[in-house]
Write a protein that binds this ligand. Structure first.
Ligand code: FES
Length: 93
């Protein structure tokens, strides 16, 4: 799921295991546009990132998508904390 206005992509690599990453591609800053086949995909130059840790699966991007801390409480997914770049956390829940 891509939350465009929050610049966050939320993935579920296995049942109940949610992850959140910035949706800004680490290559040249386009917004990622698709999550499919276990990958987060950027439409601009074809970079792809793993849904379980944001690592680069296919370049030209050379750096992983920074991750946010995710908590699941009572069936609600909350994104908290700072990403690995130190950026402010999104306010999405
Ligand atoms: S900006 Fe995403 S692949 Fe270039």
């Amino acid at each position: 799921m891509i939350l465009s206005e929050k610049h966050v992509v939320v993935t579920q690599s296995e049942a109940g295991r949610f992850r959140a990453f910035t949706s800004t591609c680490t290559h040249l800053g386009c917004a990622v546009a698709e999550v499919s086949e276990g990958r987060i995909k950027c439409p601009c130059h074809g970079s792809q990132f793993a849904i379980y840790d944001g690592s680069v699966v296919h370049g030209p991007a050379a750096r992983a998508l920074p991750a946010y801390e995710v908590k699941v409480v009572g069936g609600e997914v909350t994104i908290a904390g700072k990403d690995q770049s130190g950026a402010a956390p999104p306010t999405a829940q």
